[in-house]
Design a protein around this ligand. Structure first.
Ligand code: NCD
Length: 322
């Protein structure tokens, strides 16, 4: 997983998109700028551009997902690519076929890109190491490790509301321990030069090593939310929790749930984000999730343009070589 350069080709261009870690600031800015040019496609009568016509993209989702899978599918379709959604539960891997054999069969069908979601950290890197030269891999979330397109759509949403990153204080609140989204967001925010990145949550859900990524740790909302421009709430990832990491949902909500009252601690024009799925009354009060400062549904919309940008960048690179 440390082998971050596997995602770049010899000219330093993106061949795969596996992690934000190790990418240059300019690469991230290029993705955001390209996404900006795609953002209006969804508002046109004909919601399509011909950029990836003739390309075949395979969605390989080994873990359930609604938002991420559908926005990847829409992004591919709006770029005029053909898309296959493999239902892993019903596929031959459940009949004992190995992952690599399954991929070899898809490769034999001349696919151009695999979009991979997997419960194991490192799964997308593993697949990227085994595909032939002409196939690109995009990580749609691997274990607790990374979710780079989610982080980029969050950066896109922040930039649209707040402009440049250099003056921004961003707080990421909740279950940092299990969150691939938070890890990718931290890499993206620090690479883009955010003024300060804070993480807020109970000691059991904030790994101390996270400070090595250049963030400030808080265990108290009153202190952590003071003067912040952007609040990113995370879901309690119960499916990944072993043992008693939490007192009770009620107590968690009392201390770390984003209520109207706690939102007042942040700057008055702070935006509220959440990658979804949201748990109302667990990490966020309904009136905040649906309130004027919430940009949660914009994040979903922006996910399409950002995924279009990543796909176009990775596959467009091959076109330039032809
Ligand atoms: C996140 C994920 O799956 O990592 N959701 C998403 O991609 N929209 C976060 C989560 O599951 O809480």
């Amino acid at each position: 997983m440390r082998q971050v350069n596997i995602q770049l080709d010899q000219q330093g261009r993106l061949r795969h998109f596996l992690t934000i870690e190790g990418l240059k600031r300019q690469t991230l800015v290029d993705i955001l700028d390209m996404a900006e040019s795609f953002a209006t496609v969804g508002e046109q009568t004909v919601k399509k551009v011909p950029l990836l016509r003739g390309k075949t993209i395979v969605n390989l989702f080994f873990e359930s997902s609604t938002r991420t899978r559908t926005t990847f599918e829409l992004a591919a379709k709006r770029l005029s690519a053909d898309v296959l959604n493999i239902n892993i539960a019903a596929s031959a891997t459940s009949k004992g076929e190995s992952l690599l054999d399954m991929l070899a069969n898809l490769e034999a069908m001349h696919c151009d890109m695999f979009v991979v979601r997997h419960a194991d950290s490192g799964a997308a890197h593993f697949i990227a190491r085994h595909v032939p030269e002409h196939i690109s891999v995009v990580n749609a979330g691997d274990g607790r490790h990374a979710h780079p397109t989610q982080a980029m759509l969050d950066m896109f949403t922040i930039r649209r509301h707040k402009g440049e990153f250099g003056s921004l204080r961003v707080a990421i609140v909740g279950d940092l321990l299990h969150s691939r989204v938070a890890r990718s967001q931290i890499h993206a925010l620090t690479t883009l030069g955010a003024l300060e990145v804070r993480v807020i949550g109970p000691r059991t859900l904030i790994p101390r090593e996270i400070a090595d990524l250049g963030v400030h740790i808080y265990h108290d909302m009153e202190q952590g939310l003071k003067d912040v421009d952007v609040i990113i709430m995370l879901r309690l990832q119960r499916e990944r929790m072993q043992g008693a990491l939490l007192p009770s949902e009620h107590e968690y909500y009392q201390r770390f749930g984003l209520t109207d009252e706690k939102l007042m601690i942040a700057k008055s024009d702070a935006i509220v984000m959440h990658p979804g799925p949201i748990n109302r009354g667990v990490e966020i009060q309904s009136s905040v999730a649906d309130g004027p400062q919430s940009v949660i549904l914009e994040q979903v919309t922006n996910g399409i343009a950002v995924r279009m940008a990543v796909m176009a960048m990775v596959l467009g690179r091959q076109g330039e070589e032809d």
